[in-house]
Write a protein that binds this ligand. Sequence first.
Ligand code: ADP
Length: 471
Amino acid sequence: MSSKRQHRLRGTLAFSLSLWYAGVFTLSSFVAFLAFYLLMKSDIQDRTHREFLNEFQEYSSLLSIKGFDTLKTVMALEAESEGIGKIFFRIVTPEGHVLASSNLSSWGDIGVGRVALKRLAGGVDHVFETLEHPGEQGTTLILYGTLAPGKILQMGQSLAENKRFMRAFRGIFIKLQLFLMVVAGLIGWFMAKRALSGVEEVTRTAREISKGALERRVPLKTRGEEIDRLAVTFNSMLDRIDALMKGMREVTDDIAHDLRSPITRIRGIAEMTLTTGHSVEEYQTLAATTIEECDRLLEVVNTMLDISEVEAGAGVLKIEKLDLAGVVRDACALFQPIAEDKGIRINAEIPDFCLMRGDIRKLQRLVANLLDNALKYTPLEGVVEVFLNGDDERVILSVRDKGIGIPPEDLPHIFERFYRCDQSRSEPGVGLGLSLALAIARAHGGEIKVKSASGEGSVFSIHLPRSPLTP
Ligand code: ADP
């Protein structure tokens, strides 16, 4: 593996996770092994001590039953059968004079411990000593105990066998530890790679998208909740960006399409006046038409900007406490002259107060747009009704007219920008009023519902929460 690849590998999350996993696993198995090792060591030591004491008891009984000579013979035989280099016996007086012993030829000048004799004389039952013997015996365990008055038994046993066993155990332990370390590293690597495979998929998708494959999405599998949640969030973010980009494209197309006709019209009138017109009146008419068309264009551009601003989300709203009943009452009063001109009656059923939180300017525009439409699309001498009610959570404002209504095929499109039903083209308007109204309602966390039938009239109901969620 090249050093660059090695370096890259070392920087990955999978590498650090597997390293951590291997480290923690090795450390905990080491602690477990160590505890087991120490326990076993102390158990072996206890057992050796117990066996020594049992043997001592047997010799003590043998002395009292069979006498000193039999004891001497048994000890000598025992040492021969066990191995004279592994075990020895010596019977001494409390002053340390040797009365009898097994074959001590392999034990060099091993002596009698004065301290142990003194402790026995002081009344202690038995004394254990461990000493490092220079010969093949190595560490040796020695037991002193009083067999009978004036007779003290000194028994010695080499612990070399025990030591060899513990060394072998340590060897196995180290090899096992190394093996576990490698296995833990591999398992950790496998687990980390598996857990992070989803992240790699997200990265791959993001890379493909940045290269231009905007339609790509992270495939969903059940790899683990977190990764799937990341994939879902990532995909919904992409959907949102996609929708915004489509929206922007639509807006650009709409603007291009809708501005082209008035500009072409202005240009045509100007050209005609230039080529055919001679009188001041004709130039004045040109100027008046130009101003009119420019106003219309400005209105379109401004409304488009308002819609974009509101669609950016609730963040742009100036949320404050307001009385929607007051807002609706003011709007009805504002539209009263227009209604009177057409002989239309506005019936308003509005409570004294309807407190809520929202952007008052935007809500005024929303109510005005709906009232404007209701009056615009209601024939002379008609009736427009306005209801305002609600509960603790939300308020509902309904504007009902008995006007021309909306044909079913147009109903799904009326909230689209610049959409106008064929039957209403004779009325003034640019087809942006309802788009703005819906954007305002949605920015407040609300919605607009429509019921309409051709020739029977329409009901627009705005549902708004009393307190919109602020970001
Ligand atoms: P406009 O400026 O044309 O009124 P809107 O976005 O407000 O634009 O409305 C879109 C279209 O929906 C209108 O052109 C009209 O055809 C239809 N519409 C809206 N409100 C009503 C209504 N109250 N009655 C009948 N048709 C309506």
